[in-house]
Design a protein around this ligand. Structure first.
Ligand code: SF4
Length: 308
């Protein structure tokens, strides 16, 4: 195996290899909002987004960042001894503020004990020049990746989910970040309404045609407090079964170049908020099924890209 015990380049494996110890992420709510929710782009937000700005597992935004990190460390210390941490700015759009506010918050995180890096989730249309320069500065100080919420390469679906920007904005953001030597992780969603198996694989092929460093493959969750829930109740759409999802995921993995780190293969739905698919609550079972099917078919990351 190229990547320890898994047939793909997992985040766990990649970080352990880089830092020589277990690295855990601590999700932080930096107290930001989002231009797709505050009226700058729209008021509705992306159709799938929860009321917590897709940061359902982040610490409370009323706590100072240092406290959020200490609390996160206490919780993970029960599971892993001697771990180091990545401070993950997850909720809402984490480059959407003044540069002075962003600088203060990023530095507060990286100056905490045992923090060995920082991850910043944002929108590709929220990276003005002064923010890019700040990210470049942070990149010199610590390990950094910037996570771009992209979801789909299908522009029709992008309009439907109210993503609020076109694919060329995404392409420009990647160029700007890579010009500054910043690692880029792209967030995709599998199972969006009216998308075919082919659409989902096309999204994976499209995002990996750029020099990205990591990818998140997220199963679509219908959350009670999202606009997608009303659509699901009123119009309905196909919810992927576990069998369908695991088949799509394996084909996606086989189309991802070996150097791209896979940050996620399913997703964590908040039990109280999750409407569908309920099978996804069994994350371990889903991962086991993916691994079992991959073993059976001698499948591995990048298989479809190899010249046989
Ligand atoms: S960009 Fe992120 S925070 Fe904003 S509405 Fe979309 S998913 Fe939610």
């Amino acid at each position: 195996m190229l990547w320890g015990d898994k047939p793909y380049n997992s985040l766990n494996y990649s970080l352990k290899n880089k830092f020589g110890t277990k690295i855990a992420k601590i999700s932080i709510d930096g107290g930001f909002t989002c231009p797709n929710r505050d009226g700058t782009k729209s008021f509705g937000g992306c159709i799938f987004c929860s009321s917590k700005g897709s940061g359902d597992f982040a610490e409370s935004r009323i706590m100072p960042i240092r406290e959020q990190i200490e609390k996160g460390k206490e919780q993970t210390a029960k599971k892993w001894k001697n771990a180091k941490y990545i401070a993950y700015f997850q909720s809402y759009t984490n480059t959407y503020s003044s540069v002075s506010d962003l600088r203060k918050k990023y530095y507060e995180a990286i100056n905490c004990d045992d923090i060995c890096g920082i991850a910043i989730a944002t929108r590709p249309d929220c990276l003005p020049e002064d923010v890019l320069e700040l990210l470049s500065e942070i990149n010199e100080k610590t390990y950094l990746w910037v996570e771009l919420g992209f979801q789909t390469a299908n522009e029709e679906t992008a309009k439907f989910i109210n993503r609020g920007y076109t694919n060329d904005i995404f392409e420009k953001a990647i160029k700007e970040l890579k010009n500054r030597n910043i690692e880029v992780v792209v967030h995709t969603i599998l199972g969006l309404p009216n998308e075919s198996h082919e659409d989902m694989i096309n999204t994976v092929k499209y995002v990996t045609s750029f020099p990205i460093d990591g990818i998140k493959l997220q199963l679509l969750h219908v959350l009670r407090d999202s606009r997608l829930y009303s659509y699901y109740i009123n119009k309905g759409f196909h919810i992927l079964s576990q069998e369908e999802y695991t088949d799509i995921i394996i084909e996606a993995i086989e189309n991802i170049p070996e150097n791209v780190v896979i940050h996620r293969l399913t997703g964590d739905g908040n039990r109280e908020n999750l409407i569908e698919p309920l099978w996804s609550l069994d994350k371990r079972g889903t991962l086991n099924l993916i691994h079992k099917k991959m073993r059976k078919n001698n499948s591995f990351q990048g298989k479809k890209l190899k010249k046989m």
